[in-house]
Design a protein around this ligand. Sequence first.
Ligand code: FAD
Length: 318
Amino acid sequence: MKVTDHFKNANGKTLFTFEILPPLKGENMRTLFNHIDPLMEFNPPFIDVTYHREEYVYKQRENGLLEKITTRKRPGTVGICAAIQNNYKVDTVPHLICGGFNKEETENALIDLHFLGIDNVLVLRGDCVKSEQRFVPEPGGHHYATELIGQVVNMNCGRYLDEEQVYNSGTDFCIGVAGYPEKHFEAPNQKSDLRWLKKKVELGAEYIVTQMFFDNQKYFDFVNRCREEGINVPIIPGLKPMTTKSQLTLLPSLFHIEVPCELADAIEDCADNKAAAQVGIEWAIKQSRELMEFGVPCLHYYSMGKSESVRKVAEALF
Ligand code: FAD
């Protein structure tokens, strides 16, 4: 079922959903199910599965020269979505990125998803390769999420690459996109970022999931600005319970977000990670309660490979 239909069927009740990462190469599906199992009693109608693009590593050869090797640490998004749907009978939302894909590979991935009965995709540009400063599209690939949305919408209308014919039976994906309450780090200003977000919706995105934030006011302001610009689709808040002291600096540097002083001070004062995780859980519960009162259709948690804290937050709320 489509994400937007889940929102409609909820009749105003706030839903619980979460995002998982594919396991590291060498781990198996049981590892992942062990992570998902504790969250299933809160009845997530769908689970997001991230996509991780390739990375480059350099290996020294015997002759002393460096060899550039392409590697992917967390492959398997499509298979994982199918396995989750099969095992738990819940919908999945695979993340689909521009980076590392040309249009034909994207088309093939979408055909696979369609045949597997997956009805949703979160369409993203993806970040740049770790060793590079700027996002570089694959030759014959897309530069921005807007272009990738165009391809998904074409396929939904039965238009495939290099085909004259328009087919009756296209795909039928519900398209979600990313939004940034604190602005995407590359955007020159919020207005420009919102202009492109609006474009994504005009092109066919039916809902927005936000980058994580720790200050609800930033989300409320973002929603207001979106509505003023005429962006009227559901805006799903993305939340992350902080779990370690090191995340206090790691999360802002990775995701270009701010941590409010009150939370930062409380985490800094913690003697160890156990205490920090407790502070993170309490903060996320407080944030979630306020967002529920605001009437959000869904609270979406970034598990980042760890379910314990998300479970404790969900226990308090759902
Ligand atoms: P875009 O919407 O393409 O925007 C990128 C930048 O370009 C922005 O600054 C925007 O203002 C500007 N812009 C947009 N369109 C245009 C245009 N047509 N012309 C000129 N400028 C434009 N990354 C992954 O690799 N895998 C994942 O699974 C993943 N999941 C995510 C889930 C969520 C909910 C979020 C919020 C992010 C996720 N990311 C993921 C990270 C995301 O890929 C990065 O934040 C990336 O840098 C931007 O992606 P986007 O889709 O927002 O890009």
